[in-house]
Each structure stands twice: as structure tokens, then as C-alpha cells.
Design a protein. Structure first.
Length: 253
């Protein structure tokens, strides 16, 4: 467990952990059972930062700071994937060309729009919730956001096929993940959401699973498998779905 968590911090964040782990790909794959737990750890760091900021600046500005802090903490890892995925999948090209576009370091109009809409949804969804939740609930949302994102990605590992001929891509590390590891990851997410959000948490979990399933179908129909970009893009998509679900359920919070 510890080795996998360290690898995830080294891979998905900018936090320097100068520890060398043997057989990294194997342990990243076997550690998927702790993927949501890793997301919760990132969320805990951000919630700790959010708590004093909301008292200093108010919740709206504190939320903007957290979005900025998340980029600093993770390097915008999944946002880059979201941008590349949007450029590729919505380019109206053939499969091979879509995969080439995703590898291109340049950002196209679809990628820019995806990032813009991601932040618009996050900012306005959180603002819509403020009149219905207290300071503690605000911090809980910050705490859970990365857990939901990582949970969404883990669902895509089930019987995953890799898209493209590049067998050294980032996504190959998560090929052949065991179903029971994915199931355990889902259970962790389910019980954490239930613990903090009660019935609303159950609804959020179910909606997230449904949307990820639809996203999975879309990607497979376009490129017949997944790569690092299409996997990573699922995290911000899941986060947006989570907040929008909370807005719909705000009367029950």
C-alpha cells in the first residue's frame, strides 16, 4: 500500500518524495485498490488549505484559491489530459488521426473550450451551493473532489484495452488491473461519500458510475480503447458531475 501511494504522489503531484520504488508499474497497477484513498489524501491537503482561506477571504475567493492550488499541487496533470482528449475525440477525424492529435503538445480550440467549461462549471456550481451549506460542508466538498475524480478513472481500468500502437504510453501502466482491486476502490469511495454526505453521497456515487460508463462507451466508439489522455480526462469530468449532482440535490444537503 505505502509503495503504491508514494508512486501516485510522485506520478500525479509535484510533491517531492525522493524514494525509489522497485517494480513501479506493477505496484501502480496493484495499488489501484487505494486509488480513491490517494485522491482523498490530496483532498485532505486542499481542505486544510481551504479552511483558513474561507475565513480570510470568504468562500468564493477561497474556492478560486483552491482551484489554483490544485493546479500547483498536481501540475494540472488531468487538465492537460482533458484538453488533449477534447482536441482528439471531437476533431471529427479517423481513429489514427485522433490519437495523433492527442499526442500533439499544442492546444486546439476544443481543448481550450474544455478547460474553460470545466472551470465555469466548477466555479458556478460551488457558488450555487453556498447558500445551502455551511463552512464545514464547503471543506467536505473540497475534501471529496479528488476522491471522486480518481474513483471515476479507476472504473475505466476494468478490462481496459489500450488505444494506439505506443506500448510505452502512460496508460499502459494500468493494463490488466484486477477486477477485485477496482471493486475495492469503488467500495472505499462509496463508504466515504456515504459517511460525509449520507443519502446524497449515494446518489453522487451512482450518477458518477453512470456518467463514467457513458464516457467509456464514447471513447471506445471513437478510438477503440484508452490512452493516458482519455483516462486522465475522466477525473475532471467526474468532478464536474459530482458538483452538478450536489447542486441538483442541494435541498437535501
Amino acid at each position: 500500500m505505502i509503495d503504491s501511494i508514494i508512486l501516485y504522489f510522485q506520478f500525479f503531484t509535484r510533491i517531492p518524495i525522493p524514494v525509489e520504488i522497485d517494480e513501479p508499474e506493477k505496484k501502480m497497477r496493484s495499488g489501484v485498490r487505494f486509488f480513491s484513498l490517494f485522491g482523498l489524501m490530496i483532498g485532505f491537503i486542499e481542505a486544510v488549505v481551504y479552511w483558513p482561506l474561507q475565513h480570510l477571504f470568504g468562500p468564493s475567493i477561497a474556492w478560486i484559491f483552491i482551484l489554483l492550488f490544485d493546479v500547483m499541487l498536481t501540475g494540472g496533470f488531468h487538465l492537460d489530459a482533458l484538453s488533449d482528449m477534447a482536441d482528439g475525440l471531437f476533431s471529427s477525424r479517423k481513429k489514427e488521426r485522433m490519437l495523433e492529435i492527442m499526442k500533439d503538445s499544442r492546444v486546439g480550440s476544443n481543448g481550450v473550450l474544455a478547460i474553460v467549461f470545466y472551470y465555469v462549471f466548477l466555479i458556478f456550481s460551488f457558488s450555487a451551493l453556498l447558500s445551502h451549506i455551511n463552512n464545514t460542508s464547503q471543506a467536505i466538498i473540497v475534501l471529496l473532489l479528488n476522491l471522486v475524480g480518481k474513483n471515476g478513472i479507476s472504473l475505466l481500468f476494468y478490462q481496459m484495452q489500450y488505444a494506439g500502437s505506443n506500448t510505452k504510453g502512460l496508460g499502459t501502466a494500468f493494463l490488466n488491473v484486477k477486477s477485485q482491486d477496482i471493486g475495492f476502490c469503488q467500495l472505499v469511495s462509496f463508504f466515504v461519500l456515504l459517511l460525509f454526505l449520507r443519502d446524497v453521497g449515494i446518489v453522487c456515487f451512482i450518477v458518477n458510475v453512470v456518467i463514467v460508463f457513458l464516457y467509456r462507451k464514447l471513447v471506445i466508439s471513437k478510438v477503440e480503447g484508452f490512452n493516458g489522455d482519455t483516462l486522465g480526462a475522466c477525473s475532471p469530468i467526474s468532478q464536474v458531475v459530482f458538483l452538478l449532482t450536489l447542486v441538483i440535490m442541494r435541498g437535501s444537503l
